[in-house]
Design a protein around this ligand. Structure first.
Ligand code: ADP
Length: 368
């Protein structure tokens, strides 16, 4: 069993900078939880408080129901994998992995057994006698993970472990760490600024901004039911499109953008939630995949035609991103690659009005 619970945890650095504010997170046994958010949002600080590398200013941290605020890092039974791997350059791979166990006075046979097991899991057996400088970035990363595995800790902490790797290797290591999680059945907490990493790896994702947790949920729920405009824009690539406007009620509810270039008559389903916003301003959000090319979908009563000027066309191979502006706001749509629209031309596109999101202008909270 290895549960980690943060209760109202706050970190105020010297000088009064509040890096983490009233953080409440429950990490269940064997769960893979990802802390994600833009740079400076407090995710590393939060992870470092769990590791014991940073003092908690207020609030409580429990590992397996034991309050550990004042327990030293080495006695918390956790292992951390850092962004820069922190390998010892003068030691071989074997020695690097064995080092922590040696310090803890494990006997030689046990050390050998554990390092061999870890090397096997991580495909490092051929490299045990090499020094880190003779390894590729991905192999070094695996040694850093191996060093954590041999300790058999209750909890693994990862601080942006893949950010020094090139794009292809990052994707590969992503799956390796996910497989490792299944194999070890360990509790893992993983920090990244990359929403794709978070979405693909996490059982549960904690989204942070400015030291505050905005939402904790499964990847799919975050995508489909973001709690506010920030989460809606942060999760998903390319990001959700946003435009501000007002709601008019003359029979149906109609959304009209500020400069009037987007007019959408809204589906009845929105009425209950949006009625109180009649004649008020609000943000409309729509994901790139909910804006279609008329030539690639069958007609639907939910579609509203919009005429746009294509500014940029990005062929991605399997799909195409179309960039255009409405009221000066940048929009992007993703369409199947069969179509070949050209930049600088006019185009008719379809907004799926059954897939709209709305956010309060003042609070930026999700209305529907
Ligand atoms: P993230 O990991 O999300 O990029 P951090 O947790 O590293 O964010 O930092 C959160 C905030 O705390 C930032 O504003 C950062 O500048 C500040 N910060 C981080 N470490 C220290 C420190 N040792 N002293 C003062 N402020 C710090």
């Amino acid at each position: 069993m290895a549960e980690v619970i943060l209760k109202n945890v706050t970190k105020v650095y010297e000088g009064g900078n509040i890096a983490a504010k009233d953080i409440n997170i429950e990490v269940k046994d064997k769960e893979f939880v990802v802390l994600v958010g833009p740079s400076g949002c407090g995710k590393s600080t939060t992870l470092r408080m769990i590791a014991g590398l940073e003092e908690i200013s207020s609030g409580d941290l429990f590992i397996d129901n034991k309050k550990v605020n004042d327990v030293s890092p080495k006695d918390r039974d956790i292992a951390m994998v850092f962004q820069n791997y922190a390998l010892y350059p003068h030691m071989t791979v074997y020695e690097n992995m064995a080092f922590g166990l040696k310090l803890r006075k494990f006997d030689k046979a046990e050390i050998k057994k554990r390092v061999s097991e870890a090397a096997k899991i991580l495909d490092l057996e051929p490299y045990l006698e090499r020094k880190p400088k003779a390894l590729s970035g991905g192999q070094r990363q695996r040694v850093a993970v191996g060093r954590a595995i041999v300790r058999k800790p209750k909890v693994f902490l990862f601080d942006e472990p893949l950010s020094n790797l090139d794009a292809k290797l990052r994707v590969q290591m992503r799956t390796e760490i996910s497989k490792l999680h299944q194999r070890l059945e360990a509790t893992m907490i993983y920090v990244t600024h990359d929403q794709t990493e978070a979405m693909t790896m996490g059982d549960k994702i904690v989204i942070m901004k400015d030291g505050v947790v905005n939402q904790i949920d499964t990847p799919l729920n975050l995508y489909n039911y973001p709690t506010n405009k920030f989460v809606a824009g942060f999760i998903g690539s390319p990001s959700m499109n946003f435009i501000e406007g007002t709601l008019a009620k003359n029979g149906n509810l109609t959304f009209k953008s500020k400069k009037g270039n987007l007019n959408l008559s809204l589906n009845k389903n929105y009425e209950n939630k949006l009625n109180s916003y009649a004649n008020k301003t609000l943000w409309l959000g729509i994901r790139p995949e909910d804006i279609y090319d008329p030539n690639t979908v069958s007609p639907s009563a939910n579609f509203t035609k919009v005429n746009v000027n294509l500014e940029v066309v990005e062929p991605m191979g399997n799909e195409i991103f179309l960039y255009f502006s409405i009221d000066g706001e940048q929009f992007v749509s993703r369409i199947p690659a069969r179509e070949k629209p050209e930049a600088g031309t006019a185009k008719e596109i379809l907004f799926d009005t059954s897939k709209l999101h709305f956010f309060d202008t003042d609070t930026e909270k999700t209305i529907v």
